[in-house]
Design a binder for this molecule. Structure first.
Ligand SMILES: [Zn+2]
Length: 81
């Protein structure tokens, strides 16, 4: 049980994910674009890890910046814990 099973599930999730930005030929994310930002944050307001969203490293940085800006402007909730 336990660890190995969990790892397999994770692998399966990752395989069919593609970077949203590369797919749509986008290079920037507007911090006001809540509909898009929501894809990249959990319900608690945390930024989802790239392994869950499929975002590539380069675009993950774009996402992080946009989410942080949106938090500052109270467009997105700030992570609680
Ligand atoms: Zn990308």
């Amino acid at each position: 049980m336990g660890k190995e099973k969990g790892r397999d599930n994770l692998k399966n999730q990752v395989q069919n994910l593609k970077c949203y930005f590369c797919e749509n030929n986008l290079n920037e994310l507007d911090y006001k674009d809540v509909a898009v930002l929501r894809r990249f944050v959990t319900l608690q307001g945390k930024i989802k890890p790239p392994r869950k969203t499929g975002t590539c490293t380069r675009h993950q940085r774009v996402v992080a910046r946009a989410v942080k800006r949106a938090r500052t402007l109270a467009i997105l909730p700030v992570k609680k814990d």
